[in-house]
Design a protein around this ligand. Structure first.
Ligand SMILES: Nc1ncnc2c1ncn2[C@@H]1O[C@H](COP(=O)(O)OP(=O)(O)OP(=O)(O)O)[C@@H](O)[C@H]1O
Ligand SMILES: [Mg+2]
Length: 527
């Protein structure tokens, strides 16, 4: 019968397979099998039975006639159960194209097919397998039966997927880095001009509200850029002592706008919490992601509670400070909870979620030495608690510094919108500002200025000469020169550890810029 594994009956086949015997092995004319052929049959049967990969023979219709032990183990069928099964029944997805390939084998136009696909196991689970099917021909050269070999490729597929995800992250990183530089420059201009405008407009006027709307949109754009940079690990955290209460209060307006009127926002802040050492922009990002998730869990409205509290039991000398975001939304099932922190895991429809929010939250929190706790049940809402190590309250945190207006600042940035807006803010605060659009020009201004430059503010990334190179050159002329470098984004590996410079990240509010400038100018050792 065609499709039998009894190779002795197809002596022609053994010659094709390159058997070691010199003479072809055939049944003799009377149909008796010689001792030699019996030996060979045993040999091939042992190979078939002992093979580590799944092997079966099929008739030309793709129906299994016999499967080996490895195949039965791999698919979870008993050997008898395998025989008679059609190949299609093992496929998870039966596509017409696959049937066509089989019919080509059957018709003899092809001798070989190889495919990777999902196979359904007896217990309903699936494995990713590599299937190779070849045609065995009879003495006349007509297709006689098929030999199929199946190898479990689940692990290699998983590895390939992992490296694809890594590649995807790399692409996002490059993309984010590219857009962040320009985007941050534009946003710096938008935010600083908004601040300048606000100061010139009467309190309570409608125009002021419009300016605040523009500022809000600018801040959202900035948050989005930071999100991309954090994912791409291109964000350089700038940890400073900061009060979680201040992060919440300064973000409250934006949160209210984002969650809409259907959802009530309750803010409950601890009376006198200690500061934490963290990057303010990153903490806002954490809060924003948690609140947006809470919003999305309540399409028909509900309540979001944002609260802070001290946690004295948290490890470390000063205990911890918790930031909690609770909602009365749909909650999460076990499956969602299990995958919550995986990149690109989302239950939202395309365009509504990328699955990067909680990955970012987790990375920021763990880099700041904190922990995340989750309480969630389907239909009963969700509570996410972020705890960060507290530090000793320092009188400097949050207190305004004395003004050092009247000093001279050399401002170097190749992007005119960012440079002009920064210049206006500094000028408005009473500083004398010299400007340059690049490193070479800055060196000329520095050399020719009639005023001693007290502070250099330069963009980190500039064409021609980078901010760092400029610092090194100018410090050869004045080793005491104070420096504040502006980073849109940069690769931390590029930083030269020997250059003592302060950093501020674009985009920033005018108050943050002035505070930073004062800090750098007021640092001890200054005359
Ligand atoms: N408060 C919550 N209530 C219910 N489900 C939540 C909540 N927070 C997160 N989830 C679930 O976790 C998934 C992952 O959240 P994550 O913030 O990482 O991504 P996303 O919100 O889907 O997309 P992105 O934040 O990138 O826009 C969400 O799709 C949702 O299923
Ligand atoms: Mg999210």
């Amino acid at each position: 019968m065609a499709g039998s594994a009894d190779l002795a009956r197809t002596g022609f086949q053994e010659e094709r397979m390159g058997g070691t015997a010199k003479a072809p092995v055939r049944a003799n004319g009377r149909g008796e099998i010689t001792a030699l052929t019996r030996d060979r049959e045993q040999h091939f049967r042992a190979m078939f039975e002992g093979a580590a990969i799944g092997i079966c023979t099929c008739n030309l219709n793709g129906q299994i006639t016999e499967g080996n032990a490895a195949l039965s183990k791999m698919l979870g069928y008993r050997r008898e159960g395998l025989a008679g099964l059609h190949m299609w029944e093992l496929y998870r997805d039966d596509l017409p194209a696959d049937r066509r390939l089989f019919s080509e084998l059957e018709g003899g136009t092809e001798d070989f097919l190889k495919q990777e696909r999902y196979f359904r196991l007896k217990n309903g689970a699936c494995l990713w397998g590599q299937l190779t099917v070849s045609t065995v021909r009879d003495a006349e050269g007509n297709p006689s039966f098929l030999i199929a070999m199946l190898e479990d490729a689940t692990e290699s597929k998983r590895n390939a997927e992992r490296s694809r995800t890594a590649e995807k992250m790399e692409v996002i990183g490059r993309l984010a880095g590219g857009i962040a530089h320009d985007f941050n420059n534009l946003l710096t201009g938008v935010l600083l001009y908004c601040d300048l405008l606000s100061e010139g407009i009467e309190r309570g006027s409608r125009l002021l509200r419009h300016v605040q709307e523009i500022r809000l949109a600018g801040e959202q754009g900035a948050a989005l850029t930071q999100q991309l940079l954090a994912i791409a690990r291109k964000q350089v955290p700038q940890p400073r002592p900061i009060l979680l209460n201040e992060v919440v209060s300064s973000t409250e307006n934006m949160l209210r706008r984002l969650i809409g009127e259907q959802i009530e926002l309750v803010i409950a802040l601890a009376a006198d919490p200690r500061p934490v050492l963290a990057d303010e922009a990153q903490l806002r990002q954490v809060l924003l992601n948690l609140v947006l998730n809470a919003r999305d869990a309540m399409p028909h409205g509900g309540r979001i509670t944002v609260s802070t509290k001290a946690d004295r039991r948290f490890g470390g000398g000063h205990g911890g400070v918790c930031l909690m975001v609770e909602d009365t939304g749909c909650g999460m099932d076990d499956d969602t909870r299990a995958h919550l922190f995986e990149p690109f895991f989302t239950t939202k429809s395309p365009g509504h979620g990328t699955g990067l929010g909680l990955v970012t939250v987790k990375r920021i929190v763990s880099e700041a030495g904190g922990t995340i706790g989750i309480k969630s049940e389907t239909g009963l809402g969700t509570g996410i608690e972020v705890t960060l190590p507290a530090i000793e309250a320092s009188p400097a945190a949050g207190t305004p510094q004395r003004s050092r207006a009247g000093q001279t600042i050399l401002l170097v940035d190749d992007h005119s919108s960012a440079r002009n807006s920064i210049q206006r803010v500094l000028h408005h605060a009473g500083y004398r500002v010299l400007q340059a659009s690049g490193g070479r020009r800055a060196m000329k201004v520095f050399a020719e200025s009639e005023h001693r430059v007290d502070l250099l503010i330069a963009d980190w990334m500039m064409p021609g000469m980078s901010g760092q190179e400029l610092v090194a050159k100018l410090r050869q002329q004045n080793s005491e020169l104070r420096v504040l470098l502006i980073s849109g984004y940069h690769n931390p590996k590029d930083a030269k550890p020997d250059l003592s410079v302060e950093l501020i990240r674009k985009p920033f509010a005018s108050s943050a810029l002035i505070e930073r400038v004062r800090e750098v100018l007021d640092r001890k050792g200054d005359s």
